[in-house]
Design a binder for this molecule. Sequence first.
Ligand SMILES: [Ca+2]
Ligand SMILES: [Ca+2]
Length: 234
Amino acid sequence: MFSRNSLLLAVLIVAFSTFAYGAGFIGVAGHYAPLDGYPTIVGTLNLNNSSMHETGLNKYAALKGFVGNAYNTGWSTGANVGITSGSAATSGVTGLAPATGQDYTAMSGNTVFFGRSFTATQSLVMYTWGGDANMDGYATTDDDDLWINGYYDQVANPTKNDYHWIQGDYNHDGYVTTDDSDLWIASYYTQVANPTVNYAPPAGVSAVPEPSVVVMLLAGVVSLLCIARKSRKG
Ligand SMILES: [Ca+2]
Ligand SMILES: [Ca+2]
């Protein structure tokens, strides 16, 4: 006869606590662990249709990597560890644009992001049209001009693989190719058909965090169930 003599259930939940800054925006505290030196993260942070301001300094490379990791097959299915957007995966014409504060300002002309100030070396991730290279919330030929610049630079430097969203790498593989321009074309024609749809940060969004703390992500849930069976010798 077999009987269950032990049951061990261990659940590890790694939650990122963030403050909600209003619709369409997520502020992630600077101590966001994976960006502070941990070699990996154990889940997928799904921003859906929100944007993010990572307040740690000089974390852009890591953050870009996390976005790229969850996007490395194009519009992510969310299956990969990293930062993704379920909304982008569903729509096929939107995406997550990572940039440093400095580059965001250079591209968009904006010095605030959803009402928040940022430093040059902090990191922003903007939910916007796929192919919105200048991160102004619209898919236009201005973006295609940036892609063209990136593309010809890529042609001249075929092994270079550290391009950024603002240079036309919309699928986050590090290269600027026609795969990226195909994403821009899809978003551009959707934009043309829906001219009022844009992802520009709304003016006048309060920078004061709402009082409630929301748990954004159960980044890892590890369950260990050990059922030991023993036989009872007669
Ligand atoms: Ca644009
Ligand atoms: Ca690319």
